[in-house]
Write a protein that binds this ligand. Sequence first.
Ligand code: NAP
Length: 331
Amino acid sequence: MSRSREVRLATVPVGLPQPADFEVVEVPVPTPGDGEALVRNRYFHVFAALRTLFGGGVEGAPFPPIHPGDTLFGAAVGEVVSAPAGSGLRPGELVSHWLGWREYAAVPAAQCQPLGDVLPDPVAHLTQGRTAYSALLQSGLKAGETVFVSGGAGAVGSLAGQVARLLGADRVIGSTGSPAKARRLVSELGYDAAVLRGGEPFHEQLAKAAPDGIDVMVDNVGGEQLRAALTVARPGARFVLVGALDGQLDPNGSGTSAPVELDIYQVILKHVTLRGLDNSVATDWVDRFGAWLRQGEITVPQVRVVGIEHAARALSETIGGRHLGTVIVEL
Ligand SMILES: NC(=O)c1ccc[n+]([C@@H]2O[C@H](COP(=O)([O-])OP(=O)(O)OC[C@H]3O[C@@H](n4cnc5c(N)ncnc54)[C@H](OP(=O)(O)O)[C@@H]3O)[C@@H](O)[C@H]2O)c1
């Protein structure tokens, strides 16, 4: 163990990122500094939102922009190789942290979260279920209600539909980008109906899928999907805004803004609430997720790509809508 590979941004992408915009670079295994643990990464998450960081990022967001020459980052699970005395970390134990996209990482020990055994599979820690669960808790979802999840096949959405059902939703509708994925939403992920972006007028499809309207929207997309959802919102509907894939993955923009024109009369007359996501409400997520997994009540849709040399392709495919669920690179 003397060398480590990592994925760097080679050039600012023109349009949506392509594999040629990245390079895999071999570097010495990092020497941990004061208070740092050396971690050998086993898995990391590939997520479309990186596109926003290549475009310069968004002021006030928790993650900095990624410039050419920078190593990418994101959620990872790895094995502790060495840890500072008194850190409580033990060599060999699995931790989650934020320095993915590299084989070895020197991570501040305080930022390493030991996984324990609450979840049966370490990869489950890389799923975005906490986000989905937070959104549904924030919405005040009640038994018997109808939920619409935009981006229903992504990392967040592939769990949001299932969690909505487990929390008592009566009807769950998801949007996705292809007929094949729409079928899987219904057959594998607990959705009652799926609607397609880029096909028939979106608001017409949604009105057919939700003939009695929707009570809750978990919005990963924004754009015309949010606009359409307002037209079918029932009085008192609650929308939780999680992401902005429409703006984030607009090939003609930089991914750093997500404008949408809404008919505010719909909001006022139907007393609709639109709130930004607050992830901090999901304090019991890991325990509930673990119990649902062990009881076989939830599945973790995922795509595993083996080898860091394929990570950039996996990112481009994720952005292109090729995959369903959480996309993981296994090292
Ligand atoms: N606020 C937070 O704490 C938080 C946490 C996690 C995620 N997020 C945000 O939530 C959103 C979803 O995250 P995620 O991890 O689930 O995403 P993801 O899995 O990386 O989503 C990728 C999917 O986006 C869809 N897509 C591609 N182009 C699109 C377009 N032009 N319009 C709409 N959808 C498009 C494709 O699915 P289909 O082909 O099936 O449409 C693609 O597979 C992102 O905006 C992310 O930044 C926020």
